[in-house]
Structures are given as structure tokens and as C-alpha cells.
Design a protein around this ligand. Structure first.
Ligand SMILES: C[S@@+](CC[C@H](N)C(=O)[O-])C[C@H]1O[C@@H](n2cnc3c(N)ncnc32)[C@H](O)[C@@H]1O
Length: 264
């Protein structure tokens, strides 16, 4: 599958997940928006733990990019809390969820159909804050994502990202669904390269997106190499176990990366 085919395939897969009300596609309620307007709000980058408030600071009037963050969740909350919000996502259905909440609640959210590793729709230093919930498992290369995020952030701005612990990809995913932890793959991992053709066909028959397991060198070292200073980190897990691995470690990681430009 070449890049264009992967983009198209994962777009359809996420549109399909949205049509099935997958957890990551369910818009927030009017009550949540009302609370956010009153200054009481939280957002996630990973399934459960809210982003620490000190990672976010004052967002009133800030220019915020929700990167691969459609679904009617983070963007409308941040908009109701006073930020100028743009969402970029590869799925029209996910962007439509942000617009649905915006129209329902009288908010303004700019939505852009695009790729997380190509932010050429935005000029340099266009944003104060980037919210990048768990999504970089859907692209084969993540260093361009970090580089583009650095370019479009203003100096002193923050990139808040959630991503999968790569350990998740060591195991046979079909066996894992049956509760069995069978080590099968190395990291980096690619559904396109490392899964058997038969299992890949099963994924496609179920309209599941193609995933990639990235090394921590690319996840964390890649942010540092793009110019960021890592200024925060936590781990998170499913509250109700979705996979047997969650009994042994937290399977999600969140980082706060700060654009600190050298003094002239
Ligand atoms: C797990 S959802 C994250 C959004 C959700 N609001 C949340 O709370 O985590 C992953 C998102 O990544 C988007 N996505 C997948 N591949 C992408 C790509 N190449 N570029 C931009 N967005 C992409 C999907 O369409 C989906 O909306």
C-alpha cells in the first residue's frame, strides 16, 4: 500500500469507526461545553488521565491546533474555554463531529482535512499550543510529524502528545483479542509489512485502520531532534482492561514538549 492508498484506506476506516460511535468519535455533551464556558474543563491525550492543568496554562485567546484530533471532543471543549481552535484530521466524519458540536453550541472551530505529517496549510509559528491525542500509530513515519509541529508552533509553545507504548506491538494482535500474549513482532512494527496477508485481509474486512508501532527513539528522541525540550511525561492505561497486556504495564504515554529557541 503506497502513501496515497494508506491515507485513503485509513480515512475510510476512521469514517467507519465514527459511524459506529467508536469511543474516540463520540461528541461531548452540552453540559460539558457549559462547564467549559464556566472555566471547569479537562481534556485527554490518552484514554483516561486528564492532561495536567499546568501543562495547559491559560488558553483564553490562544491559537490551538488539535492535530489528528477530530471527533467532537478536545476541540469544542478548548473552544468553549476561550481558545481559537483549528482541527486537522484525515477523516471527514471526525471533522464533522467537531462541526456538529460547534454548530450545536454556537462555537467557532476551523476544520482542515489533511495529514498530520504535512502541515503546509499552516504558516510558520501559527499556534501557541498543539494537542495531539493518540493517533501517530496511524502513520508509518513520525519524525515529519514532530518537525512540522515544531515549525507551526511559536517559540515557547507546547506540543502535548499521547501515543502507544511500543510494547503493545510485540504481540500477535489476533491472539491478544483472545486473551493470549504471544510475542510475534519486533519494533518498529508495521501492519503493512509485518502482519500475515491473511490477518491483514481480516483487518480490512473489518474496516480497521492500519497501525504502526514506533520506537521510543522516534517517539521521544524524534521530538528532541525536532528541536523540542521534553517538559513533562506521564503514563496511562484503559480503566477497564481492553487487552491482557494492560495488567502488566500502562500502555499509553503522554509527553509535553516545549519549543525553546536558542537565544540570539
Ligand atoms: C484515536 S482518534 C483521536 C481523536 C480523539 N478526539 C481523541 O480523543 O483521542 C485518532 C484520529 O487520528 C486521525 N488520523 C488518522 N490518521 C491520520 C493522518 N494521517 N493525519 C491526520 N489525522 C489522522 C483519525 O481520523 C482519528 O480522528
Amino acid at each position: 500500500m503506497h502513501r496515497r492508498e494508506l491515507v485513503d484506506y485509513n480515512r475510510k476506516a476512521w469514517d467507519h469507526l465514527a459511524s459506529n460511535d467508536n469511543q474516540w468519535t463520540v461528541p461531548v455533551s452540552s453540559e460539558t461545553i457549559e462547564q467549559a464556558r464556566q472555566g471547569h474543563w479537562q481534556i485527554v491525550l490518552t484514554p483516561e488521565k486528564p492532561v495536567p492543568q499546568q501543562w495547559l496554562g491559560s488558553i483564553s485567546g490562544a491559537d490551538v491546533l488539535c492535530l489528528a484530533g477530530g471527533g467532537g471532543q478536545q476541540a469544542p471543549i478548548l473552544s468553549a474555554a476561550g481558545a481559537n481552535v483549528t482541527t486537522l484530521d484525515n477523516s471527514p466524519a471526525q471533522l464533522q463531529r467537531d462541526q456538529l458540536v460547534a454548530q450545536r453550541e454556537g462555537l467557532e472551530i476551523a476544520t482542515v482535512l489533511g495529514q498530520m505529517d504535512d502541515l503546509s496549510d499552516f504558516h510558520d509559528q501559527a499556534f501557541d499550543l498543539i494537542i495531539h491525542p493518540c493517533s501517530n500509530c496511524f502513520v508509518p513515519q513520525i519524525r515529519p510529524v514532530w518537525q512540522e509541529a515544531f515549525r507551526v508552533l511559536r517559540p515557547g509553545g507546547h506540543l502535548l502528545s499521547g501515543f502507544n507504548n511500543p510494547v503493545r506491538y510485540l504481540f500477535d494482535s489476533f491472539e491478544m483479542q483472545k486473551g493470549n500474549l504471544v510475542v510475534k513482532h519486533g519494533i518498529p512494527y508495521s501492519d503493512l509489512r509485518d502482519m500475515s496477508a491473511e490477518n491483514r485481509q481480516k483487518l480490512m474486512d473489518e474496516n480497521e485502520p492500519m497501525e504502526f508501532g514506533h520506537t521510543l527513539t522516534d517517539q521521544i528522541g524524534g521530538q528532541i531532534d525536532a528541536g523540542f525540550v521534553i517538559s513533562g511525561m506521564y503514563e496511562d492505561n484503559w480503566l477497564t482492561p481492553e487487552e491482557p497486556l494492560t495488567e502488566y504495564l500502562d500502555v499509553f504515554i503522554a509527553t509535553r514538549a516545549t519549543r525553546q529557541d536558542p537565544q540570539p
